[in-house]
Design a protein around this ligand. Structure first.
Ligand code: SF4
Length: 338
């Protein structure tokens, strides 16, 4: 289907918005002005399944609403049909949100549907526990462009204490095999292995991360990434760290607007549109794709109301956003000392 003309968004950005900060967001999104972001989301996280085979202590999985864990086909079809109208605009569709996407038996076919609709870049995020040769081949042949793999430690005991219910040896074997499969089946697919690192300031954590990096480096291709990320607390929904009292110092509370509200739409398995990746059950409900189009929700009043708070430096009126640095470029990746 043809790309639609860039229509004027319903809402104009008020002159009272933070100036430099909004310009920074526009630059990060490669837009001339931030108003252009209201045309359509450039990024998506689509949860085809909200179920997980792990019980990581830093995840809020036990609190999720699991009443409808699998996205129904009519809703998925509606989303794909709407995406097909914006193939030049959309930068990336990650077919994961909350949960392990390889638990969705249709995930290969669903990736292929999105690719066949013309989306340039389709991504998946997995814990790799189910990434055996069959499933690896399936997603590669479906056309997945990027696989983000959550793998936090190369110490079996530590790994299994972080990724509870998963088996370290299976995960390591699956990842190594997937690197080889990728090279053979679809060399252009990018692999990003990512570790969450609590307390990166501690020398023993730095050392553990050096070992992690040295372990994976021989397997990674020149365009692959090994990324170490700070822990987050799911928009204040989960404080798991015994050393963290959940309080923020003044310098930890930003007022900068969060890019996610201008860049990314998250769609749950039920079709609801939450605030962001941390709002698992759409407590801040921005719309419902069963009832409205993606474009209408994106340009709608509920989305605009949260953008207005962020744009006016009032993001801390939203409890999820207090202290959140998830999309702050200064806090995205941990660099190791030395
Ligand atoms: S600041 Fe954090 S909680 Fe708020 S919208 Fe952005 S990612 Fe979500």
């Amino acid at each position: 289907m043809d790309e639609q003309p860039l229509t004027a968004p319903k809402h104009r950005v008020p002159a009272s918005y933070l100036g430099r900060e909004m310009d920074d967001l526009a630059e990060r999104l490669n837009l001339a002005k931030i108003e252009d972001a209201l045309y359509f989301p450039k990024y998506f996280q689509i949860e085809t399944i909200r179920h997980c085979n792990a019980r990581c202590p830093f995840c809020a999985v036990e609190q999720w609403d699991m009443s409808q864990p699998l996205m129904r086909d009519p809703l998925f079809d509606k989303i794909v049909e709407e995406l097909a109208d914006y193939t030049e605009w959309v930068e990336c569709v990650n077919m994961t949100r909350s949960g392990e996407p390889l638990l969705d038996k249709k995930i290969g076919r669903r990736i292929k549907r999105v690719k066949d609709a013309g989306i340039k870049f389709v991504s998946l995020t997995t814990n790799a526990s189910l990434l055996n040769e069959k499933r690896g081949r399936e997603i590669l042949e479906a056309g997945v462009d990027q696989l983000l793999i959550s793998m936090d430690s190369v110490d079996k005991e530590e790994y299994e204490s972080m990724r509870v219910r998963l088996d370290f040896d299976t995960v390591v074997d699956n990842i190594k095999q997937f690197f080889r499969l990728r090279d053979a089946v679809r060399p252009e697919t990018l692999i990003r292995v990512r570790a969450i690192c609590p307390h990166p300031e501690k020398p023993e954590r730095q050392e553990a991360m050096r070992r992690w990096k040295a372990f994976w480096e021989p397997h990674a291709g020149p365009d692959d990434w090994l990324q170490i990320k700070p822990l987050h607390n799911w928009g204040n929904a989960k404080v798991w760290d015994a050393e963290d009292d959940g309080a923020y110092s003044d310098d930890e509370i930003d007022i900068d607007p969060c890019i996610v509200l201008w860049s990314t739409m998250h769609i749950t398995a039920m079709g609801t549109v939450p605030l962001c990746p941390h709002d698992t059950d759409a407590d801040v409900m921005l719309g419902d794709i069963n009832k409205n189009s993606i474009a209408d929700v994106w340009r709608g009043d509920a989305f605009q109301a949260v953008r207005d708070k962020h744009g006016h430096g009032r993001r801390n009126e939203i409890s999820f956003c207090v202290g959140c640095r998830s999309f702050d470029p200064k806090h995205g990746t941990i660099e190791l000392d030395g």
